[in-house]
Design a protein. Structure first.
Length: 86
């Protein structure tokens, strides 16, 4: 799940809690994954897709998503990581 950092208090907030946090601090947010800045609820609500960690850290070495059996393994591992099961 995408997380954001509040400009006012530096809290890290997950997307479902952004509206509630925005109503308390009235400040912008930075997406932790892609470093994009959002200054209003209209902007961060549109942020539905983000670059992957591989794209962020591998930069020019990134070769895109894998296909076939390797892709299924990566997707499964990603799901476990995101769900907190690992």
């Amino acid at each position: 799940m995408v997380s954001f950092q509040c400009h006012a208090c530096q809290d890290t907030v997950k997307k479902p809690k952004l509206d509630q946090h925005y109503n308390r601090c009235y400040a912008g947010f930075d997406c932790i994954d892609c470093s994009t800045t959002f200054n209003s609820p209209a902007e961060f609500k549109k942020h539905t897709q983000c670059i992957s960690e591989a794209e962020k850290y591998e930069k020019s070495l990134y070769k895109g998503p894998k296909t076939g059996a390797a892709a299924a393994t990566v997707c499964l591992l990603s799901w476990y990581d995101c769900s907190g099961l690992m």
